[in-house]
Design a protein around this ligand. Structure first.
Ligand SMILES: [Fe+2]
Ligand SMILES: [Fe+2]
Length: 192
């Protein structure tokens, strides 16, 4: 199933990230930690969905590893985690459109995870292309390829429990929602 974002981030977006790179790294570390937690929380809420527990656990591990790598970059730049947690305006904008029924929410969360991964792929790539610092260029150049694997992985988890047409239809609806939300958000040194 092809996933194409319905709003393309202009490449100039990366300029303000590179001007505030330390702030961006803080936000990014936080995002990796949160997606790892989200995978484990799906397992906790849906222990009956046994076919995806192993894949969710694997993804949680990979995201934690990304956290570890971003933290190493923060340390290498002579900084520490600042303990400041910014409001997640991206999720806050999309959550009102997420279904509330048990099954509906299950599928929506997986689809939203896939879309958020795709947005990460897009933006990590922009950062990598614009960066002059070789550590940053390499790190984000590798990372976006790894996150790309998660895009499909979350959709496939959904398709283990829902027909492909239903997943595709809902994917398109949520892609519309995501695009509208992202387009309206001010540019900040954060991944979403
Ligand atoms: Fe990640
Ligand atoms: Fe990911």
């Amino acid at each position: 199933m092809e996933i194409k974002l319905k709003y393309d981030t202009p490449k100039e977006w990366a300029n303000q990230v590179l001007e505030n790179l330390d702030e961006f790294l803080q936000d990014h570390a936080d995002a990796e930690r949160k997606v790892s937690t989200m995978c484990m929380s799906i397992i906790a809420k849906y222990p009956d969905r046994t076919e995806i527990i192993s894949e969710l656990t694997q993804t949680a591990i990979e995201e934690l590893l990304h956290f570890k790598q971003v933290y190493a970059l923060i340390q290498k730049r002579g900084n520490a985690l600042d303990g400041v947690f910014k409001k997640d305006r991206y999720l806050k904008g999309i959550m009102p459109f997420i279904k509330t029924s048990r099954d509906g929410r299950f599928l929506d969360r997986l689809i939203l995870a896939s879309i958020a991964e795709m947005r990460g792929v897009e933006r990590f790539k922009l950062v990598s292309e614009a960066a002059e610092d070789i550590d940053i260029k390499k790190f984000y150049g590798n990372l976006y390829k790894q996150e790309f694997a998660h895009v499909n992985s979350f959709l496939e988890m959904g398709m283990k429990y829902f027909p492909e047409e239903e997943v595709e239809k809902r994917l398109n609806e949520l892609l519309e929602v995501e695009a509208e939300v992202v387009e309206k958000l001010p540019w900040l040194p954060s991944i979403h």
